[in-house]
Design a protein around this ligand. Sequence first.
Ligand code: ADP
Ligand code: MG
Length: 705
Amino acid sequence: MSEPQAPSSASASDQDPAGQPITALRGVGPQLAERLARLHLATVQDLLFHLPLRYEDRDTVRRLGALRPGESGVVIGRVEHAGIAEGRRKRLIVQISDGTGSADLVFFHFHPGQRQQMRPGTPIRCFGELRPGPTGPQMVHPEYRLGPRASAGDEGPHGLTPVYPTTQGLHQQTLRKLIDQALALARHMPDWLPAELTRELGLPALAEALYYVHKPPVDADTAPLVEGRHPCVQRLAVEELLAHHLSMRRLRAHLQAAADAPTIHGDGRLTRRLLDSLPFALTEAQRRVDRELAEDMTRSVPMLRLVQGDVGSGKTVVAALAALRAVEAGYQAAIMAPTELLAEQHWRSFNEWLAPLDIPVGWVSGRAAGRRREAMLAALAAGDYPVVVGTHALFQDDVRFQALGLVIVDEQHRFGVHQRLALKEKGHRGRSQPHQIIMTATPIPRTLAMTAYADLDVSVIDQLPPGRKPVKTVAVSETRRDEVVARIGAALAQGRQAYWVCTLIEDSEVLEAQAAEETYAALQAALPGHRVGLVHGRMKPADKDTVMADFAAGRIGLLVATTVIEVGVNVPNASLMIIENAERLGLAQLHQLRGRVGRGEAESSCVLMYHGPLSQAARARLEVLRRSNDGFEIARRDLEIRGPGELLGTRQTGELSYRVADLNRDAGLLPRVQVLGDRLQQAHPERVEPLVRRWVGASERYGQV
Ligand code: ADP
Ligand code: MG
């Protein structure tokens, strides 16, 4: 069997023009490449798989009177009146009408000449979203053209205009042009799925699917495209799932066939001391999973086991026990978390538990550099740290171990970032490979685990520690915000702590951070005498840590946060959580967020604040959370509710592992993916490698957050 991830990337781009770096495209210099990298776009094919969030029809002229609030469209009319309104923010308001209706165009940013141009009677063509305004329908900052050009038709091909997820300083127009270039190259992109297979599935060829998704005709039904039900999106999803499946399969086969693992027979001297020192007894489920792990580690076949357990089920202590078993047998254990914040939290737990046993816990993160890092690396290589906690930085090339016996990856709900299994080289001592555990809070149905994780062994901690009080959950309309703030004030006055979570639907860290800053300012003003803190993804890591530490120590009463707090934060005294725009989040994410409270003595509550009116599905989702605190039950209901027809605001933060596929949405494809995998392997084994590289090569980069 050949080495799986070996060949150089040069050979990939030789055969596949889409494998080229993004800088091969015209106009991509270092600065633009850097911005694109923020969206995880590094190669031409990354652009091709960067699918539109939605589409706009900028060709068909609409009648103003027929355009509904919330709809975007082109209208052609005349200026009726233009004037500058003073007020909190100065703005230019231009009243237009087209004979079927009228609207106000509102500009917060404008120059004096702009008003002069807007003479009554001037023809105007504009494109924007119609929204209800204080004096009737309005369009804020529409694109527009004036004068004779207003009614002239557009040159060029007609079609829908895609709107892509983007980032600060990167214009839609730029992305569109780059994707056009990429699409031209895509015509020569090899299609690794044999035509007979895609035909059987009733799905289009790769190039066709890509072209349609980025450039649908003007009359295309966009709902299935946006929701991912369209055959062209499904075609991409199948290919992606297949690539991941094959990659996992190969990795697993390779690991388990070609390598020995250290046989770990712990003598119990450390695990017993840890258990004795804990202020609690393990739950039945924790004990069972602990036994399963211990038994796997006694074998000379490398363990590959997924440990699933709901938020708060106590996975960390189970991980610590497994680590101690490795240490008892003379091996090192490494624990990796997806973020700095979470890694630090783990370091703290591990240190608190292991320091009394005289086991020093090492720390490796992307941030530590220079001499401290070198000293740590030297100590790890010498075996001075039997246990080490860190981020992805743990698996950089220069990190060496004396005798790594066990790797534990805490994915939280970042389900799918499983490429980290490729940590294999780290354990090398001859043919020896470390055992591996992946911990996840995402309840994964069996079929899904089979496919996505290529039949990884699964252990489930299906029980919460006793005495956990369910989090009382209520759904409250945004209009009752003042009441909610008053309630927080009362809770803070009693010494309780609270989270206020700001969420947005558009995939923009910038906007989310902005919203959090505004909310922070407003809450500070509304709650004088209380200490309010703020964390968001765009803050410097050191500042973030200071705020988190202050919150953990009780120096901050109310923490305003974006969804960065989602991953694993443990502050037991926090007993109240407000989630803004709850109607826009998926159930899994809401459940994860809510899991930050209900960890201490006090009765905890969670307020799901929504903007009405609620769609039927949104109402159903909030209702599920109101009724259940059980992650497995919630996941089941999630699948039911996510029937076709509803576009979910399921921006599952951090879930970067799949670009097109969505494990819930595409669950129905999974059994087929397994069969496809067998057939491709048999009929075209030479295609497996490039297929995996196309899709999975990139997700390894994703791991390097
Ligand atoms: P998660 O599974 O979400 O990672 P943690 O490991 O962070 O959960 O555990 C959550 C909290 O529960 C921690 O404070 C931990 O010390 C505590 N805990 C773990 N196991 C038990 C138990 N058997 N009884 C009581 N508390 C426990
Ligand atoms: Mg955890």
